[in-house]
Design a protein around this ligand. Structure first.
Ligand code: ATP
Ligand code: MG
Length: 389
């Protein structure tokens, strides 16, 4: 969009409902996160906060808007032009904005004016009327006040006015880093990156863990897990996210040799124990999985309960009630889909007649003695891998 220095108007939502101390801290973090994201993407910009908005000044409003829309806490962002708060300057900017008006599209002008009532010799309805005639003259398009195809927005403040035509949706949620740390069991499948994203969206820093199942896993699964970490890193302000790969091949071989119908559940329990040990190491408050009720035999309500009994740390399952089609759609939207379409390796571990409603006692009784004693050593041998290495 031409017609004045570039800016982005960034809006946030839930933060605004917090008490003033919490709100101030969260607003500061949101701003810092956005600054870090812009810097990581080499977008030159300055970020200011004013009332309940964030303003970005930049020569590249498009790239800065993309960065804002990948920043948790942001509800929407608009690439805009900043002009003097005069009728002439606003009309000029509207004329420039209308230069790419889609053929045949109707339009409306939505103007707001803030600050001292006497600061401007015009009202917001004046802006709408005069702005409307400018756009009409430029495009020949028809006004539709009820349901316009394109809206031209004017936000006129005392010192400057912003002109824009888009409100792009951000992810919402809370700024990353406001809700502590969670360990995410990331399988290389489709669900777990979405589960990770959900926790990140609510402000959690995540520590992704991949459990290497040895001969029952596979390098392609591990590679998929790593590339989803790369996709998720886009949402981490400084782009820094690494995968912990915990070698569990020997434990899986023991399960294959010694456990029958409840083998898969014991494997889940081992995974949770691994995640719990990592959580202790990194100071995380919980473990996250991509499980969804009834999606697999290991994910019935009873089996999830039997699985959870192996750990004392809370296990969060943000996808518990979500349908697969819905999860797939979200994976596409957040950019983790392409990298996560292979089936996970642990399918090879599944017994032909899996238990669908185990008790924790029965699962435990079928487990080899000292099974969990090997978890600590496996976690100690974990490898930390960055997606770009
Ligand atoms: P995903 O759920 O990631 O799409 P999936 O549905 O094929 O993969 P499931 O067998 O349903 O995998 O696994 C359930 C959950 O267990 C996963 O969402 C993930 O949180 C965890 N998980 C499974 N395998 C692994 C692994 N090898 N390493 C880490 N976590 C795993
Ligand atoms: Mg799954």
């Amino acid at each position: 969009m031409e017609g004045g220095p570039g800016a982005v108007l960034v809006r946030y939502g839930e933060i605004g409902t917090k008490s003033s101390k919490v709100r101030t801290d969260m607003e500061r973090l949101l701003r810092e996160n956005l600054e870090a994201t812009l810097a990581a993407r080499d977008v030159v910009a300055t970020v200011d906060r004013e009332w309940s908005r964030i303003f970005v000044r930049t020569d590249d409003p498009e790239a800065a808007t993309d960065a804002a829309c990948d920043t948790f806490g942001v509800v929407s962002a608009s690439p805009a032009r900043s002009v003097d708060p005069t009728m002439d300057a606003i009309r000029e900017a509207l004329g420039a904005a209308a230069s790419d008006h889609p053929a045949g599209a109707t339009f409306g002008v939505d103007a707001t004016r803030t600050g001292d009532r006497d600061a401007h010799p015009f009202s917001s309805p004046d802006l709408e009327v005069e702005g409307g005639s400018t756009v009409e003259a430029e495009t020949g398009a028809t006004v539709d006040l009820d349901d316009p195809d394109r809206t031209y927005y004017v936000e006129c403040r005392e010192q400057e006015a912003f002109v824009f035509t888009e409100k792009r949706s951000g992810p919402g949620g809370l700024p990353l880093g406001t809700q502590g740390t969670a360990v995410v069991l990331l399988s290389g499948g489709l669900d777990s990156p979405v589960a990770a994203w959900e926790l990140m969206k609510r402000g959690c820093t995540v520590v992704p863990v991949y459990v290497d199942l040895g001969p029952y896993g596979g390098v392609d699964h591990q590679a998929r897990a790593l590339s989803t970490v790369g996709e998720l890193a886009r949402y981490v302000p400084d782009g820094d996210l690494a995968l912990r790969i915990v070698p569990a091949g020997e434990i899986v071989e023991t399960l294959m040799a010694e456990v029958g119908a409840t083998r898969m559940l014991s494997l889940r329990r081992v995974m949770l124990r691994i995640a719990e040990a990592v959580a202790r190491d990194v100071g995380a408050h919980s473990v996250v999985t991509g499980e969804s009720l009834g999606q697999k035999s290991s994910q019935t309500g009873g089996n999830l309960a039997a699985t959870d009994a192996a750990v004392s740390i809370p296990v969060h399952r943000p996808l518990l009630t979500r349908d697969k089609t819905d999860i797939v759609e979200q994976a596409r939207a957040i950019g983790t889909f392409d990298d996560s379409t292979v089936s996970v390796g642990c399918e090879q571990v599944a017994p032909s007649h899996p238990e669908t409603n185990a008790t924790a006692e029965a699962v435990e009784a079928a487990e080899p003695d000292g099974l969990f004693d090997r978890v600590g050593a496996a976690v100690d041998r974990a490898e930390l891998v960055s997606p770009d290495e």
